[in-house]
Design a protein around this ligand. Sequence first.
Ligand SMILES: [Mg+2]
Length: 244
Amino acid sequence: MQWLPSGWCPRVVAFDIDGTLTDEQKLLDMDAVNALRRLEKAGIPVILATGNVRAITYGLWRFIGLSGPMCCENGGVLWHPDWDEPHVRASGKDAKMAAEWLESQHPEIDSKGIQTNAWRESEWCLFADEDLELVTASINNSDWSKLDVVRTGFAIHLMEPHLSKGSGLELILQRMGLEPSDLLSVGDAPNDLTMFAMSGWSVAVGTPFTDVQAAADVVSPHPNSATIAPLVEAILTAHAAQEL
Ligand SMILES: [Mg+2]
């Protein structure tokens, strides 16, 4: 299995969390955790790039023992341990108001949405099993038509269109003095497409999303988080070869 281009090693690696560091039962994969620790030990910082909120991502960052930045809420909230403050790129107020308006028009839609909205800073998330077509059509014909409606396996995100994992990672790399060509990104779902597009190299873990497979430079033969250990082994081999 050729995971990386010959002679190339990333200087930084961005991992999606849900479906990428978790297994088919949505549980955190301890082999993936150990692999991330090995990358950090080799001096290759890990970026957590997720649709999840900063509070939850920080817990994972802390307990895995990472040193790199976090790109949360699909690029809406950026954080680095060396920065004084997080970079919050939208207020999330319009998205929450749009959700409340949706419920007023369609009472079957639950505007309170998913549990993690309690800590959400830049967007608002409805339950993943809401009627996506109804939500999208309603938002497009509303005062909130500027909002993007993005579905992941875990939620329907109402978010401002300038927010994406790709645009968030571009800002993070600029502040770290790194280039997009230094970045390897790893993900499983449509919200990873923008980071695949801007990364030097991209790997899709085994995923049912055919558009995600088509967009990645490499598609893993292993499902979800089972990809991470062999991929990291290949990165560390490339890294060791560069140091010779
Ligand atoms: Mg995912």
